[in-house]
Unconditional design. Structure first.
Length: 281
């Protein structure tokens, strides 16, 4: 299934995208797409609904983050071999982990706001695993059993905030609009092998990123197991699994985003995102 939330910010309604790509309304079936819905039992009930009888949503409404009430977004840095190469860093022996503030989360087509003082804005197309069953100290062989689905995250970054102001990575990753999620939350059964997906990003129509999750240094399963050693993963948490080569910071000289730029990104079977860069008011 492809689960969505649509409507104006703060008033999104639940929906799903059917096999023909049509947006259907779910408000008579569920109140919202929340972590409570991400159990096998709840999803089984949802799958039993006759999709063809659900109301069609007309027009092209705004899509919001497809999951309300995300607990935390755990992000992984430097997790693709080609990305490590482009920034001239050795492959990590263990995953690099940081947190993106929940206030950064926004819709898949919302504008990206360059914050005041931001001069090195960047994009990162990433596969995010959505936790559907609480995980703590899980074995790698059982880890994917705790993943209910996947979605796209654009790990928007302000490199000056990230690298030139001391402290941790989080401060360069957490401004408002720095966490677009969606357009869909796609259930794991529909995605299949998470290590066989293509990722891409364009800026103003120019291809910047083209990668594959097969080049991850640490697989989705190993990341779920690893992170669960250090913190409890709760239903509705996301693990954003890193980005392939082609980020603006990796070019020589760097090619950072400017107001007016249009960023598009996508992952096999998970849809696309579209963002215009705007200056903070």
């Amino acid at each position: 299934m492809k689960l969505v939330r649509y409507g104006r910010p703060g008033a999104e309604k639940p929906g799903l995208v059917d096999v023909d790509g049509t947006l259907r309304d779910l408000t008579k079936v569920v109140d919202d797409i929340t972590p409570d819905l991400l159990t096998q039992t709840s999803l089984r009930r949802l799958r039993a609904v006759k999709t063809a009888k659900l109301p069609i949503v007309r027009g092209r409404p705004r899509l919001g983050c497809p999951l309300a009430g995300i607990g935390k977004m755990v992000c992984i840095g430097l997790n693709y071999t080609d990305h490590a190469e482009e920034v001239g860093m050795a492959l990590p022996k263990e995953p690099t982990v940081f947190i993106k503030a929940p206030s950064a989360v926004c819709g898949p087509d919302d504008p990206t706001v360059r914050p005041r003082g931001g001069v090195k804005l960047d994009y990162e197309c990433e596969l995010a695993a959505v936790i559907g069953r609480d995980a703590r100290n899980v074995d790698e062989g059982e880890a994917l059993g705790h993943v209910i689905g996947y979605c796209i995250v654009n790990d928007v970054s302000e490199r000056a905030f990230q690298m030139e102001h001391g402290g941790t990575t989080t401060k360069g990753k957490s401004a408002d609009t720095f966490g677009p999620v969606g357009p869909w939350l796609v259930t794991a059964d529909e995605v299949g092998d998470p290590q066989a997906l293509e990722l891409w990003t364009t800026v103003n129509g120019e291809r910047r990123q083209r990668g594959t999750t097969a080049k991850m240094i640490f697989t989705v399963a190993s990341l779920v197991a690893y992170v669960s050693r250090f913190m409890s993963l709760r239903t509705g948490d996301l693990i954003s699994t890193g980005t392939p080569a082609g980020v603006g910071h990796g070019f020589k000289p760097p090619r950072y985003l400017q107001p007016g730029d249009v960023v598009e990104l996508g992952i096999t079977g998970l849809g696309t995102q579209h963002h215009r860069i705007v200056e903070a008011k």
